[in-house]
Each structure stands twice: as structure tokens, then as C-alpha cells.
Design a protein. Sequence first.
Length: 147
Amino acid sequence: MGFSLTGATVIFFILSLIVAGAASGVFLTVSNNVNESLSHRGDKIREQIDTEFMIINDNENIPNSGGYYNFYLKNIGNNKLVTTNETFQLFVDGELISKSNYYFSTDHIQPAEVTTIYVATGIISSGEHTLKVIDPMAVDDKFTFTI
């Protein structure tokens, strides 16, 4: 008694189900990874959009106290900002200010709050300048002022 055509067809059918199941498992894993990646990227973009701040000084009258110019930074976003010279970078006229030449009055500010950035007077000469403040999410604000 030989192996019938029906038996061979059943074996091929079962093998095709196994292959299809394995392929669908691979596709499911890949699609889950893509979904997680897009979700993570969306969270980062949402966080970046919710992070916003503005320098609110009068650009013709920069306060000076104790050897530091005072710049006021207002949190106009929806997230708390951690304001230290480790989390924010400052540039004056495109030159990075070293961390030892500036500091913040508080280590964080909630939405709608204001902090003071103290920048050493010795690194800014008289004339027109541009201050650029960048946070860890690469959100920045530029402020042109005259000393």
C-alpha cells in the first residue's frame, strides 16, 4: 500500500501552515518593534513641543549686579525646566560660555515661572550681542541686546 496523493497533499498543507505561522510571527515581532519605536519617538517630540522658554529682558537695559549681567528666562511651555549650567548651554555671539561663567538663580522652574541667569560681566564687552540659550532637548531661544 503506497502513500496516496491525498497524504502528500495533507503533509504539504500542514508544512505550509507551519511556514505561514513562522512568517507571521516574524512579521508580528517586527511590527511591534516599529510600533514601540514610533511611540518612543512620538513621546520625545511631544516632550520637545511642551518645552518652551523665552528670555524676557529689556534688550536696551540689561541689569548688572555683583559682577554678573542678569537675564530673565521664563518657562512658557508645559513642562518643568531643570535650570542648571549642566542642563543648559549659553552662547554669546556664537561663542560657548564656559560653565564657570554663568549660573541660574534656581535649579528648576515650573510653567509660567521665571529664573535669572547670571552671566559674568567680564566675558561680554560693550556693544550689541546675541545670547542663545539651549536646553537638553535642543530647544533654544535667541536674544539680541546692547550693553
